[in-house]
Write a new protein. Structure first.
Length: 484
């Protein structure tokens, strides 16, 4: 075995340290490995080799290097870094064990800055494990120490409460995070998504606009802004946002997201030629991308080429992604919309075997068994009951109550039908189907005064719906008579 002089070893370590300090981690790895071969019992070499691997993205080698360092010297810093690497690999039990070792090895006071960091990392790990109560306790413990990482503590408190679906608490802590650092992007995104989930588009757009003014090149946030404008029928501003997102995209992921948003915008506006050109360009670059393939089928569908759309979907989306739940559900929904329940029902029932609590699957099956050719009141109610338990968003509840009402209507239980349609409309005042069937219910029970009052209020809120209601023969006659 070659023996190296202290001078040679020091020179090798200095060379590695130079690369390490300049953040040239690949070069540092090569040089620290050489240094370790010259002096394998030096813990600092193994420790910095571990850090170099960590920042190069090779967490397994980082762990091996930290473990070699830890064998030589039981030091809290090594244990912390070892825990972070385990955390990165989602080995949460190992991460927690390493952080607890760091607590025992650190000799600083109980409320020291070092303890604050370790308690925070334990809290973060417990959150990832799903132990939310213990996680919050550790975050509180971290905050009680000197110089705690309060920005991250508040952010992870927000994450914790979001996992518990406690949205008010979650919003509060994300806001506290932004009070400390208004440019904390992850907190902005989480807040925006909560606002969108609760139909608070105004606050979502306000927050995004404020952030984008200071961070013009945030491609992913431009895409989210485009999605919001799309949902508000503001297609011009949506298209501008997606083009900005494409312009500033620094990764394939951001570029893909922006282009998909732009294509959806063009399809909503029925600019099919432009949309088709964008889709073809997209698929030339990403021929098997599931989003691109789905949008191609959707374009055909929106152009009323429904058979072609279903055929394309089966030959491409399902062919390449046979196990994809969302794809299978979309295909079933296509069949549902063309009233081909013979194809839709078995596909949905098969999906239900592996996703028994899925809202959309249960709702769609409930709808199928409320239709004339497939009518089964017991089965329909069974699926709708499951959908109601799984519902989270307001519009989901509205859809379920509408279908309950439709079931009652077909069973001639008009009082129950009226109540369910009203529940649906109370949640979503724009639910045209609930409004239509509530009107038909009033006709059935011959309550024309209530019908007249309802239609007056409903058309005031949704003026464009009047022409759609006139396509129903009986309602058309009633509307015409009341317009005289």
């Amino acid at each position: 075995m070659t023996r190296y002089s202290p001078t040679q070893i020091i020179k090798a370590i200095k060379s590695a340290d130079s690369a390490f300090k300049s953040k040239d981690y690949q070069k540092a790895i090569v040089r620290y490995k050489k240094s370790a071969s010259m002096d394998p019992k030096q813990p600092l070499i193994w420790f910095r080799l571990g850090i170099s691997y960590y920042y190069s993205g090779n967490l397994l080698e980082a762990i091996r290097s930290y473990e070699r360092a830890f064998e030589i010297e039981k030091h809290y810093e090594i244990a912390i870094n070892l825990g972070l690497s385990f955390l990165g690999l989602k080995k949460y039990d190992d991460a927690e064990k390493s952080f607890n070792q760091a607590i025992h090895l650190d000799k600083s006071p109980k409320n020291s800055r070092i303890k604050a960091e370790i308690y925070f990392q334990i809290g973060r790990t417990l959150h990832a494990k799903g132990d939310l109560k213990k996680s919050l306790k550790m975050l509180d413990k971290s905050e009680s120490c000197e110089n705690p990482p309060i920005l991250l503590i508040n952010y992870f408190r927000g994450e914790n409460y979001l996992s518990q679906n406690k949205l008010d608490e979650s919003i509060s802590f994300y806001k506290k995070t932004l009070e400390i650092n208004e440019n904390f992007k992850d907190a902005v995104i989480k807040l925006v998504l909560i606002y969108l989930d609760t139909e608070d588009k105004e606050n979502a757009l306000k927050l995004l606009t404020s952030f984008i003014k200071k961070n013009q090149k945030s491609s992913d946030l431009w895409s989210i802004r485009g999605d919001i404008h799309n949902s508000m029928n503001d297609y011009v501003n949506a298209l501008f946002a997606f083009n900005q997102a494409i312009k500033f995209a620094e990764s394939d992921k951001d570029d893909l997201s922006a282009r998909i948003g732009k294509i959806k915008n063009l399809l909503i506006q029925k600019k099919f030629e432009e949309a088709e050109n964008e889709i073809d360009t997209f698929l030339d670059k990403h021929p098997k991308n599931i989003d691109g393939l789905v949008l191609k089928a959707e374009s055909l569908w929106l152009q009323n080429m429904r058979e072609k759309a279903i055929q394309y979907f089966e030959e491409n989306v399902i062919f390449y992604y046979p196990e994809n739940k969302a794809a299978q559900l979309k295909l079933a929904e296509y069949y549902l919309q063309v009233k081909n329940y013979t194809e839709a029902a078995p596909k949905l029932e098969k999906l239900l075997e592996t996703h028994p609590e899925d809202f959309n699957i249960n709702l769609n099956l409930g709808q199928i068994y409320s239709e004339e050719n497939y009518f089964d009141s017991v089965k329909s109610k069974e699926y709708l009951d499951k959908a109601l338990v799984s519902a989270k968003k307001e519009k989901e509840f509205s859809h379920v109550y509408f279908t309950y009402g439709k079931l009652d209507y077909k069973n001639e239980n008009y009082k129950d039908a009226e109540n369910n349609f009203k529940k649906s409309l109370k949640i979503d005042k724009t639910n045209i189907y609930a409004g239509l069937f509530l009107s038909k219910t009033y006709l059935k029970i011959d309550n024309k005064e209530r019908l007249e009052l309802f239609l007056t209020q409903f058309f005031e809120s949704n003026p464009s719906y009047k022409e759609i209601f006139k396509t129903d023969v009986d309602l058309n006659q009633f509307i015409i008579e009341n317009e005289k």
